[in-house]
Design a protein around this ligand. Structure first.
Ligand code: NAP
Length: 228
């Protein structure tokens, strides 16, 4: 079986477990954004779901000039490879995900829409036939074959749910922001599923850190968990 990258899932949630309010919403604070920037700089690739690309229009770049230079000095692109996944391939080639940064952009899509995806995104990204259905394990193994050793997963809830239920996460970095969303239509951290951690098999809490008004909870979810 091909090796999959060390996978770190990073996200911020409200006290009531929501990822936001359906629109782009900053749950974290500046100090935590800087911490996330450092984590990004340590990774080879960052993955988000297509809905996050559409809703948040994220750039997914390393912001700090020093970190970008340090990566360049190591022979790396200033920011990690960007990865997204889609079943419908309705993504805008002009969104910031595709137009910013020098690193490669990878789009894993379901087999039936490969042609559409190539027509729409072929000029700005590498389109990969992810099979039908697209299975996250296969995606991560393919990323491993492409040289990705450390993968950061940054949302949203549908992507989190698959990575966690399929036991593909080595480390969870969960930030809890001091606010409520209070709207059950808003996206949650995860949706329904059979998770490997439950009241009988609890996850290992590896660290707790207060960062201004938010708290970072770090969970070791596999024996591959590393503290570096
Ligand atoms: N607080 C945070 O840290 C944080 C971080 C990221 C995002 N968010 C929020 O999360 C929300 C989006 O979350 P979400 O759960 O709605 O969506 P999501 O996980 O970002 O993306 C879901 C989409 O990804 C594609 N996808 C996922 N799994 C797939 C599979 N196995 N095969 C093929 N395609 C697959 C599908 O795209 P298609 O629809 O194109 O087929 C699906 O609709 C946004 O509101 C965003 O603001 C918050």
């Amino acid at each position: 079986m091909p090796d999959r990258p060390y996978t770190l899932l990073s996200c911020s949630v409200s006290i009531d477990g929501y990822l936001g309010n359906g629109a782009r919403l900053a749950l974290s604070n500046d100090a935590d954004f800087d911490r996330v920037d450092e984590v990004r700089a340590s990774c080879d690739a960052i993955m988000v779901g297509a809905a996050t690309v559409r809703t948040d229009n994220p750039r997914l770049l390393v912001r700090s000039p020093e970190r970008r230079e340090q990566r360049a000095a190591r022979g790396l692109a200033p920011s990690p490879v960007k990865v997204t996944i889609t079943e419908g391939a309705v993504l805008d080639a002009c969104s910031d995900f595709f137009t910013t940064g020098e690193a490669e952009k990878l789009v894993y899509c379901a087999s039936p829409v490969v042609e559409d995806a190539c027509a729409r995104l072929g000029a700005v990204a590498t389109v990969i036939d992810g099979g039908e259905p697209v299975e996250m394990r296969r995606v991560t193994e393919d990323l491993g074959e492409r040289g990705v050793e450390r993968l950061m997963v940054e949302g949203g809830g549908k992507v989190h749910t698959q990575f966690l239920t399929e036991d593909l996460v080595d480390e969870l970095q969960l930030v809890v922001a001091p606010c409520f969303v209070g709207d059950s239509r808003a996206p949650r951290f995860v949706s329904d599923g059979r998770f490997p951690w439950n009241p009988q098999r609890r996850a290992t809490l590896a660290g707790v850190r207060q960062i201004g008004d938010v708290v970072l909870l770090r969970y070791a979810l596999s024996p591959r968990f590393r503290t570096d």
